[in-house]
Every structure is written in structure tokens, then in C-alpha cells.
Design a protein around this ligand. Structure first.
Ligand code: ADQ
Length: 460
């Protein structure tokens, strides 16, 4: 069986941040453990001189990591990846902060990844590159003569060619991505948008839903929605709902309906817009108390837009509480720190309404986790942005446009008032959509599509 080489910006090292690895990373490690694997990427360390990779081994998985210099970290990671590509890919161009030298650093770091990875590769390896930090990497590997089957997976959305074109440098990046054999996306819309850009900027020809022709090579496109482990999450939620932290939360809401938001503190997650909708909900139900718990884990604090967002949210939360609060009641609780996954699972089960309203999101696993956490006999209601990738699978939730504060307030109201029979029916449909999925299944499907036999068999 061929070895799997995963390349991503960060590496879940066995020492260090392994305990915090998300479900997808754990699934990838599982797949690599069975076949043998190598995980290559940034160590997370910023050092003065960054040269050769450091190695670690656990079981059948090897880890090779490189450090970044401060200038590389600023230019490649904070600057171009998170300051230009992230906002553009989420269709929020006004948040872009472009500096030409950041693009150059981004390209240079991608080249460094290729330079250090190439000597570690074996002939039979399959390479799986992850996400927008590494869009040049497939092209850089080909330039070094690497011919191994190479897949690229985008965890975030891809916008229309017009929207993509606003990011300086994107044309070259699309061409570099096209050097891969297999491209994976969260939704069919992302796949189609990328394909349109590949035709416009990359000189590719679309030959079918899942094939393109590029410089005489077949490049395949696939849709692989990111998944959670629903049954495991459901069991954790059921158990955790009886934990001390859940008990204290339940006690503190004193029988009021609990609304819950769980996000990274990120401009794409629509938190200010959500708070505005909640303000309108509270305003339209005087005397009828609700409790909204918003948990927002700080993230990318070195990027200006994220610091400004924190201030904006703090201000909005304070103003909701000062306007509508009573001596014995505050409508909103805002926690700007992460919570343990297990604790969150318990909170999700207690919440009558899960509020997942990103302005745009590749998938949004919180939406799936909220569904999995519910008590089937008395489930809560998911209010979901139509601009989250998860909307393609969770069509039975209350779908909203996060930019329409009044519309979201109405959906929250409807969720709070929804009769049990309707809650059950909507929840059942959502559960059925995810019950038989898993992060391992997601990874297996991608790897199967990447297998060289399949590629050889592709009609041109
Ligand atoms: P993220 O933008 O990080 O991921 P998401 O999928 O919502 O977004 O969350 C990933 C995980 O982080 C979930 O398991 C969630 O429970 C956890 N999490 C979120 N907020 C938290 C908090 N405040 N405290 C603790 N844990 C928290 C990117 C893309 C998504 C895509 C994923 C996977 O932006 O669109 O779904 O990758 O492909």
C-alpha cells in the first residue's frame, strides 16, 4: 500500500499540540497509521534562522517540520494567507490588506516547503496538500520533477472568477494548483467556481463535471464535504450534558431557552451581524427572557481585522446588555476564549437553538456538531446561514441570510416557538444526512480518488 504524505501549514505533532488536533487531523493520522505516512509542514515555531526540517516518528507516521522566520511568518502566514487569500476566498474583499512583498514571501515559503519535502519522497507516495496556505505547492513540486500522484484539498470556499480576481497573484496560484492531479472541494459550488477560474486564468478546459484538461493533462475535481463523527459526538454530548459545567450552565439560565453560538473569532463567522439579530429578537419580546451564550475563541490576533473585530463584538455585547439587561438578568453572555470540545458538546445539547450564521464558510463543522449533540426526543433547532457549506447537507434547518438581521431575528423567534413535532422532524432529516458519515470516510474517499490506477483509467 502506498505511503500517504500529508502537507499542511500546521502539523499536529505527537508532542505538543496533538491533544488539540481536530477531528479531520485525527482521521488523517488514522489513515496514515494504517498505510504508513509522513506529515510535513510548519512546526508552529518562529525562529531567527529557519533551515532543515526536524523529524519525529510515532508508530508508522513520520513528522517533518520546518520553522519559519519572523519575516516569513508575517509575509506568508499573517500577510498573504490570512490577510489576502482568506478574505478573498470568503468574498470579503474589503478586509484584504495586500502588500506585494507578502505575496513574494508566500511564494518563497511554498518553494521552501517543496525544497525540503522533495528529498523525503518515495516513488510510491501519494501526496495530499491541504488548504489555501499552500496553493503554489503542487506547481513547485512539479518544477522539482516530482511526479507522484498529488491531491489538493481546499477547506474554505472558492468564489466566482470575478471575486477571485481581486486578490493580486491569484492567477499564478490557480495555475500552480492545477499542477495537482486531483482537486477536492467542500461543495459543488466551490468546485464549479474554481473550475471557472481555472478556465479564465489557467487556460484549462472543462471536459466534464469532474474533469478538466490542462496542458494536455487530466485534472480531476471532486466534492468531499468535511465530516464529523456524529455518533461519537452524540455520545459525548449525552454524557457531558450531565457534567458539572453543563449543570451550572443549566442552573444559571433558570429555565429560559438557551441560544448558543460557537465560533472562532473570525470576520467570516458573522458574529456582529448575529448580535444585531439577537438585539432585535430581544427588542421584539419584552418581558420574555432568553439567554444567548456566544463562545468565540480568539484567533489570528496578529491580523488587524481580527483585533478590530474583537473590539466591535465587545462593544456590541456591552450595548445589548446595557440596553436590555435588568438587575437580575443579562440577555447575552460573551466568552472570548475557547472551551474544551467535550464541554461544548454538553452545552450544545442544552441549547434550544444553535445559531450558526457565518457570512461565508467552507463547511462549518459546528453546524454538524450541534445536530449530533441533540436529544432525539426533544431536539433543539439549528438556525443556519445559507452561505455555509453545511447548508448543502442540512437543508432541514432554518435557513437564513446572515446579512438580513430582521430575517435572522424572525428565524430565532420561530426556532424558540417551534412545536416539538416539527423540531423532531427537522432534526431527524438533518441527522439522517450526517449519521453515516465520518472524517475517516472523507479521507478515504479523497485518497481513493487520488489513487494512480484511477488516474490512469481516466478518459481524456
Ligand atoms: P474553521 O473555520 O476553524 O475551519 P469550523 O468548521 O466551524 O471552522 O470549526 C472547526 C472546529 O473548531 C469544530 O470542531 C469546532 O467545534 C471547533 N471550535 C469552533 N469554535 C470553537 C470555540 N470557540 N472553542 C472551541 N472549539 C471551537 C475550516 C473552515 C471550515 C471547515 C473546516 C474543516 O473554515 O469551513 O468546516 O476548516 O474543513
Amino acid at each position: 500500500m502506498s505511503r500517504i504524505v500529508v502537507v499542511s501549514n500546521r502539523v499536529p505533532l505527537p508532542s505538543g499540540n496533538a491533544g488539540k488536533a481536530g477531528g479531520l487531523a485525527v482521521a488523517l493520522l488514522g489513515l496514515m497509521e494504517r498505510r504508513g505516512g509522513l506529515w510535513f509542514g510548519w512546526s508552529g515555531a518562529v525562529t531567527e534562522r529557519a533551515d532543515a526540517p526536524a523529524f519525529a516518528q510515532r508508530g508508522r507516521v513520520g513528522y517533518a517540520t520546518i520553522d519559519l522566520t519572523d519575516a516569513e511568518h508575517r509575509g506568508y502566514y499573517s500577510g498573504y494567507s490570512n490577510g489576502v487569500l482568506w478574505p478573498m476566498l470568503h468574498n470579503l474583499p474589503h478586509l484584504m490588506a495586500f502588500r506585494r512583498q507578502d505575496l513574494e514571501t508566500y511564494r518563497r515559503v511554498n518553494r521552501r516547503f517543496a525544497e525540503h519535502l522533495a528529498p523525503l519522497l518515495r516513488d510510491e507516495d501519494r501526496i495530499w496538500v491541504h488548504d489555501y496556505h499552500l496553493m503554489c505547492l503542487p506547481g513547485c513540486l512539479r518544477l522539482r520533477g516530482i511526479r507522484n500522484p498529488t491531491g489538493f484539498y481546499l477547506h474554505v470556499p472558492f468564489p466566482s472568477p470575478d471575486a477571485a480576481a481581486v486578490a493580486p497573484g491569484i492567477r499564478g496560484l490557480v495555475q500552480d494548483v492545477l499542477a495537482a492531479d486531483m482537486l477536492g472541494f467542500q461543495t459543488a459550488a466551490d468546485r464549479d467556481n474554481f473550475a471557472s477560474s481555472a478556465v479564465s486564468f489557467g487556460g484549462a478546459l472543462r471536459t466534464g463535471d469532474s474533469t478538466m484538461l490542462c496542458d494536455g493533462r487530466v485534472v480531476r475535481l471532486g466534492v468531499f464535504p468535511a465530516e464529523i463523527a456524529p455518533r461519537e459526538f452524540a455520545a459525548t454530548a449525552e454524557f457531558q450534558a450531565r457534567s458539572e459545567s453543563s449543570r451550572l450552565l443549566a442552573k444559571s439560565v433558570q429555565g429560559q431557552a438557551l441560544l448558543l453560538g460557537v465560533d472562532r473569532l473570525d470576520p467570516t463567522k458573522g458574529i456582529p451581524e448575529r448580535l444585531e439579530a439577537f438585539r432585535r429578537l430581544v427588542a421584539r419580546r419584552p418581558g420574555r427572557r432568553v439567554a444567548f451564550l456566544q463562545i468565540a475563541a480568539p484567533s489570528r490576533e496578529e491580523v488587524d481585522a481580527y483585533r478590530r473585530l474583537r473590539e466591535e463584538i465587545d462593544l456590541a455585547a456591552g450595548s445589548i446588555n446595557s440596553e436590555f439587561g435588568e438587575p437580575d438578568w443579562l440577555p447575552l453572555r460573551l466568552l472570548a476564549r475557547p472551551q474544551a470540545r467535550d464541554t461544548l458538546a454538553g452545552f450544545m445539547r442544552l441549547a434550544r437553538v444553535g445559531v450558526v450564521t457565518p457570512l461565508r464558510d467552507g463547511m462549518n463543522l459546528v453546524a454538524k456538531e450541534y445536530v449530533a449533540a441533540q436529544d432525539p426526543a426533544d431536539p433543539g433547532v439549528l438556525v443556519l446561514s445559507r452561505f455555509a457549506g453545511a447548508a448543502a447537507q442540512l437543508g432541514s434547518s432554518l435557513m437564513v441570510n446572515p446579512h438580513d438581521a430582521e430575517g435572522v431575528a424572525e428565524a430565532l423567534q420561530m426556532a424558540l416557538d417551534m412545536p416539538l413535532a416539527e423540531r423532531r422532524a427537522r432534526w431527524r432529516a438533518a441527522w439522517d444526512a450526517i449519521a453515516d458519515t465520518s472524517p475517516e470516510g472523507w479521507g478515504e474517499r479523497f485518497l481513493r480518488s487520488l489513487s494512480s490506477d484511477d488516474l490512469a483509467a481516466m478518459p481524456v
